[in-house]
Design a protein around this ligand. Structure first.
Ligand code: SAM
Ligand code: SF4
Length: 331
């Protein structure tokens, strides 16, 4: 029987998120600094072979789900090759990707052919001007084209991640509700978390899930919970009561889901993190490059997961924001 990665709170970890780069073609204010970003050296990034080896070791510990992220994963050349390498590992049941969608129209077909089936595209506004305010770059139309291309090649469902920011995205909520109904894409509203490079997060800037639910109920029609939810999934899912349009909520601040967390992370420069908000990490890149054995890598994974804390402390005075912002961790 396959070993399981169980932490000291009994949580089983089968879900690995891998960042493939910290580079990005836009500059979302809640993630990256506006200018002068210091990126990792290319030689610091794990190669596809190194990532594949790590995943193979992790599968022996019960990992069967992988999601690729970044930075912007599609700026890493030939990402479809990595998808194919991971999808070919027999224990892997599911490979997903989170992308800003800007380069997706050109790559959707190759990614699908490589075995990718789950895709989340990030888009916080259905308005090019607001898009630019948030991302500090052009690209709105490209993202829309990326969403359409993903649907055309057969990704189903296509999920759209929208970070919710008070004072900035309230007026996007209802348009997103209609977008979900019209396109069949599932919108997942994500509460703004303290992982921005500028350290400007404040609780007052979080637009909470319950407020969004209230406005969709009022302005479109009541949302009803979708039955049979995956207890380890971070999103709570709803649909409009006429059955048309799915909406999910990742309420990391107002309703943390740490209790059922099944994830751990590998950064693009080969550091193992047991939580987005960890203040510690384990250097597996050096282990891999210095000739470490599979057993040594497996021991490092076990130890990291075993040391996982009960939950993040965003809602307490004890909270300390990690040194790495989101783009450098891998969201
Ligand atoms: N570049 C890709 C993208 O944007 O989809 C993948 C990496 S990005 C870090 C992954 C997800 O994290 C995106 O959906 C993004 O909106 C979200 N994210 C980034 N910073 C965040 C923050 N401070 N709070 C909440 N979500 C955040
Ligand atoms: Fe880039 Fe994604 Fe961060 Fe936006 S959220 S800056 S798209 S890595």
């Amino acid at each position: 029987m396959t070993e399981q990665l169980i932490d000291s709170f009994g949580r089983v970890h089968n879900n690995l998120r891998i960042s493939v780069t910290d580079r990005c073609n836009i500059r979302c204010f809640y993630c990256m600094p506006a200018d002068d970003v210091v990126f990792m050296k290319r030689s610091a990034l794990l190669s596809f072979e190194e990532i594949e080896r790590f995943v193979r070791v992790a599968t022996k510990l019960g990992v069967n789900k992988v999601r690729l992220t970044g930075g912007e994963p599609l700026v890493r050349r030939e990402l479809d090759k990595l998808v194919a390498q991971i999808a070919a590992i027999p224990e892997i049941l599911d490979v997903g990707l989170t992308t800003n969608g800007i380069l997706l129209a050109d790559q959707a077909e190759a990614l699908y052919a490589a075995g990718l089936r789950r895709i989340n595209i990030s888009l916080d506004a259905l308005d090019p001007v607001r898009f630019k305010e948030i991302t500090r770059r052009e690209g709105y139309e490209k993202v829309i084209e990326g969403i359409q291309a993903a649907q055309q090649v057969g990704f189903d469902p296509v999920k759209v991640n929208a970070v919710t920011i008070r004072g900035m995205t309230e007026d996007q909520v209802v348009p997103f509700g209609h977008f979900a109904r019209e396109t069949g894409a599932e919108i997942r509203f994500i509460e703004f978390m303290p992982l921005d490079a500028d350290n400007a997060w404040e609780r007052d800037k979080v637009l909470f899930a319950h407020e969004i639910i209230e406005s969709l109920n009022r302005e479109i029609m009541p949302l009803v919970p979708v039955g049979q939810q995956d207890k380890t999934a971070p999103a709570t899912e709803f649909m409009f009561e006429d059955g048309v349009g799915r909406i999910g909520f990742i309420a990391s601040v107002s309703r943390p889901f740490c209790e059922s967390c099944n994830r751990f992370r590998l950064t693009a420069d080969g550091k193992l993190r047991n939580c987005l908000f960890s203040l510690e990490e384990t250097d597996v890149k050096t282990m891999i490059r210095d000739g470490g054995s599979d057993d040594e890598i497996a021991a490092a994974i076990r130890e990291s997961v075993a040391a996982k804390k009960e939950g993040h402390e965003i809602n307490t005075a004890r909270f300390i924001q990690p040194d790495r912002p989101m783009y450098s961790i891998g969201g």
